[in-house]
Write a protein that binds this ligand. Structure first.
Ligand SMILES: [Zn+2]
Length: 99
């Protein structure tokens, strides 16, 4: 289940450099990026990898760290929109209904 994105302001925010989003290529500050580590195999096809492992081959797997911008992380389902934005949207809807 995706967890809610929470922007935490830190004292050294903005001094940590930038990262490039893997999905859209946008340059974003490092403290704002959503980074996820996964273990990726050299053999991309899972069926082929299973076949090779069955025959006794040792298939290499290495950890990969991927960083996404907030909009791409929400689009991919890695994080949910934060509580504040959700509340604002609800308030906006209520406001529109009243008018
Ligand atoms: Zn992006």
């Amino acid at each position: 289940m995706p967890k809610k994105y929470k922007y935490i302001r830190r004292r050294d925010a903005g001094k940590q450099g930038t990262v490039v989003c893997e999905q859209c290529g946008r340059v974003i500050p490092r403290h704002k990026a959503v980074c996820i580590e996964t273990v990726e195999s050299v053999v991309r096809d899972p069926a082929l990898r299973r076949e090779l492992e069955k025959r006794g081959a040792i298939v290499m797997a290495y950890p990969v760290k991927r960083c996404y911008c907030v909009s791409c992380a929400v689009y991919l389902g890695l994080v949910k929109i934060g509580g504040h934005a959700e509340k604002q949207r609800k308030l906006g809807k209520e406001h529109q209904l009243r008018i």
